[in-house]
Design a protein around this ligand. Structure first.
Ligand code: NOJ
Ligand code: CA
Length: 706
């Protein structure tokens, strides 16, 4: 009887929707027709999707479902009760970014499902097909008198069609600061030693899973990257790996404190599950799918933030020359060397002035000062870090009024620093006063940090509770006209489109690892992998520009594993609207190569990937907004190589002053990293140029419009 009633109800819904409500064709093609995503209910009534590219299968039929804490799983028994298709084509402008105008062109299909048996739950699926990938999300209705939903896990499958070459990092719930590994998909195995590397203060990998973005190359050269977009009030998604069946299934980061993954008021939509699909590696970088899947700007004018280069009282702490804390107990020089060197507190008024002078003389607009506030003596290694950091009280040797006055007079903006030591509740209590202080000093950006395991226990950096914290941090900061650059963050999922005060983040093994990592730092193939994996998610605060590559005399055991020319190339290759000139001022004194850092842009009219293979090499050209200057950067892994660049992207009616900074013949990341050749050359839009890159090397070219 009940079943009959359900069937009648479905019939009623279907008729009220009329013809526009019933989808006869549940295949959705991309605007150019190259890609298609097809929806079906399988024999059990479970929703499935399948993806093709030019008719060839890219994702085999994969099921979609959910498990809950307080009700039966949503895994089958569905019927389709309605749906519709639509097309959107628009362009929108990035207030700052890799390019000014972004084309957002997609077809969308909504599929309305309802369970045949009780409790007749309803769920809508939204599919989108773009020319550079596909995406889908789930929409939960308010229903059956329920106003909240408690999800224990999401079960979205991604069934691969082959044993693709894969660039992956462990599905860590706490940190993305691990190396990407290249392997066949069937050989993915999280190495517990690497995963629990002594360098990582917080790491938690409960399953053989990977974090996103995870990038793959199919045999025919098609590239895929799996990620998510618009992560909002939901848990981060890792992908459980089934190496036998060549399949992945979503596994959400859990709150062990509450015993669920997601708890949320109904109705709501999940983040988008995304698959970027391109003919070659470079097109992955040019894809704007992740930002396109987010909503338009909700903050309006954010011109109070301007993209900039900055310096930092920062590297000296990582080198162990200075400490963050006034008390000088948190001394990095003693953390991985036998002998302690003599240290001083880094954030002093005097030291700040030294950096301000250097920045002002060299046209660098920002200065980050870490270790200016009280609390650092109880930072790393202290289990109870709640209530310790204070975000308004400077140490006695740091006169904040004077530093800001001195900086302002010289056209330098101080970048605020808030290390939370992963005690988000303490930070939340102080946010208003902390950002109000920034407003008073006309500071418009903050770098925040979340080092260590999250307090309280049972929460992880990538779970829903922290996702909400990071988003709250961003929204609260926006109220005070503050832009945020988050370290130890949740992954980027394109929210910068909606909230353009979300300027940059770390969320990878950054330059800092070269200063102290016990495994010798970032290997030369690290950034050629990052460009095609982590960078697809969004801007990266990598902090390039180390000139004292061997870190002499501070670190015997460590060095930067690239040439100097590659350090320059990173300003172009690794995108961020804030780019640090990370080395000490004295490392730049008298260095002709520093001219590139003075010249290079940070905000782009357009960006073009000229060549690249994941993990091997990549060259990117970017045109600066307003000036029309172009900058080109190329990097290689541990292999030397020759790259030929065609300059047909240049304006054929313009002339340029062109300087190339390239590895000298004898350069090598280990044997001779600082051997660089700087040359003025003649280039126009009809030129092509063949460049030699050393092992671990690179090149940078500035083309300044005459
Ligand atoms: C970790 C960040 O990655 C690093 O840049 C910063 O200096 C420290 N946390 C201190 O906040
Ligand atoms: Ca970090």
């Amino acid at each position: 009887m009940l079943r009959l009633f359900a069937v009648l109800l479905i019939f009623a819904i279907a008729t009220t929707l009329g013809c526009s409500g019933i989808l006869t064709d549940t295949t959705l093609e991309s605007p150019s027709g190259n890609l298609a995503i097809e929806f079906q209910l399988n024999d059990e009534g479970a929703p499935t999707y399948r993806v093709t590219k030019e008719g060839k299968e890219i994702i085999e039929t994969s099921t979609m479902g959910f498990e809950f804490n307080d009700q039966a799983p949503m895994a089958g028994n569905f019927v389709m009760v309605g749906g519709k298709k639509s097309t959107t084509k628009e362009t929108w402008e990035m207030p700052w970014g890799e390019q000014r105008e972004v084309l957002n062109h997609y077809n969308e299909m909504k599929v309305e499902l309802e369970e045949e048996g009780l409790p007749n739950r309803k769920i809508d699926l939204y599919f989108r097909a773009y020319n550079d990938g596909v995406a889908f999300r789930y929409y939960f209705h308010e229903q059956n008198g329920q106003d909240t939903l408690t999800i224990s896990d999401e079960r979205t499958e991604f069934n691969l069609t082959g044993d693709h070459t894969t660039w992956w990092q462990p599905g860590d719930w706490d940190i993305y600061e691990q190396l990407y590994t290249e392997s066949k998909f069937s050989e993915i195995e999280v190495d517990p030693y690497r995963a629990n590397l002594a360098n990582l203060i917080a790491t938690h990998i409960p399953e053989n899973s990977v974090n996103t973005p995870v990038t793959m190359r199919m045999e025919d050269g098609t590239h895929l990257s799996f990620h998510e977009a618009n992560l909002w009030d939901y848990a981060g998604m890792t992908l459980l790996v089934d190496t036998t069946n060549l399949s992945m299934i979503s596994s959400l980061v859990k709150s062990e404190r509450f015993g669920h993954a997601v708890k949320r008021a109904l109705p709501f939509a999940t983040p988008w599950r995304t698959i970027q699909i391109t003919d070659n590696a470079g097109d992955l970088i040019e894809s704007r799918l992740i930002v396109n899947l987010n909503e338009p700007n909700k903050l309006g004018d954010v011109s109070w933030f301007t993209p900039m280069k900055y310096m930092g009282i920062w590297w000296e702490m990582h080198l162990g020359i200075a400490t963050w804390d006034y008390e000088q107990t948190q001394d990095m020089s003693t953390w991985n060397t036998d002998e302690a060197t003599s240290v001083r507190h880094g954030a002093t008024t005097e030291n700040a002035k030294r950096y301000i002078d250097f920045a002002a003389e060299n046209g660098i607009k920002g200065l980050l000062i870490e270790g200016w506030n009280t609390g650092w003596a109880r930072w790393i290694g202290f289990p109870d870090r709640e209530g310790v950091f204070d975000f308004v009280t400077p140490y006695p040797d740091y006169d904040i009024d004077e530093v800001v006055r001195y900086a302002t007079e010289r056209g330098v903006e101080i970048i605020m620093h808030h290390e939370t030591s992963a005690a988000p509740r303490t930070y939340e209590q102080q946010m208003d006063t902390a950002y109000a202080l920034m407003q008073k000093y006309n500071m418009h950006s903050v770098k925040s940090g979340y080092v260590g395991p999250i307090i309280p226990d049972g929460e992880y950096h990538h779970g829903q509770w922290m996702v909400n914290h990071y988003n709250h941090h961003m929204l609260k900061a926006a109220e005070y006209e503050v832009a945020v650059n988050i370290h130890e963050p949740i992954k980027a999922t394109g929210l910068r489109r909606t909230y353009p005060n979300l300027i940059s983040r770390e969320g990878l093994r950054g330059q800092e690892f070269n200063a102290w990592a016990m495994d010798g730092g970032n290997p030369p193939d690290h950034l050629p992998k990052i460009a095609f994996t982590r960078m697809l998610a969004g801007p990266i605060d990598f902090t390039p520009g180390i000139f004292n590559i061997k870190l002499e005399p501070y670190r015997d055991e460590n060095q930067v594993n690239t040439t100097l020319a590659q350090q320059l190339a990173l300003y172009v290759v690794i995108y961020s609207p804030i780019q640090m000139a990370a080395d000490l001022p004295e490392s730049y004194e008298g260095q002709p190569a520093f001219q590139f850092i003075r010249d290079v842009g940070v905000d782009w009219e357009q960006s073009i990937v000229l060549n690249g293979e994941v993990g091997d090499f990549v060259t990117i050209a970017r045109e600066e907004r307003e000036t029309g200057n172009w900058f080109v950067g190329g990097i290689t892994n541990e292999e030397a190589r020759e790259l030929t660049i065609n300059f047909d992207f240049l304006d054929s009616n313009s002339e340029y002053d062109v300087v190339i900074y390239k590895d000298a013949e004898d350069a090598h990341w280990d044997d001779n990293p600082t051997s660089i050749e700087i040359e003025e050359i003649e280039i126009d839009s009809s030129s092509s140029l063949t460049i030699q890159l050393a092992e671990g090397g690179g090149f940078a070219i500035s083309l300044l419009k005459k």
